[in-house]
Write a protein that binds this ligand. Structure first.
Ligand SMILES: [Zn+2]
Length: 75
């Protein structure tokens, strides 16, 4: 999949999960918070996939957003 990390601001639903799966590299999984951190292999930009509607059955649709903080800083 072609890199769109420089122009993307946010993805939701199937688009978010397929972009993460086909383009991004998984860095860290937090099974408690239902969050997965990704990094773009082309630009090094970091992304966070989460489930903002986690009260829904199955967690609801995923959301993919860029991480503004560097990897070693506290969240
Ligand atoms: Zn990319």
């Amino acid at each position: 999949m072609k890199c769109r990390c420089e122009t993307l601001t946010q993805l939701e639903g199937a688009e978010a999960s397929s972009y993460a799966r086909e383009h991004l590299r998984e860095v860290r999984v937090d099974p408690i918070a239902w969050q997965t951190e990704y990094v773009c292999p082309d630009t090094g930009k970091r992304w966070l996939l989460d489930y903002p509607h986690s009260e829904l059955h199955g967690g609801g649709p995923p959301r993919l957003r860029p991480l503004p903080f560097p990897p070693d800083s506290p969240e």
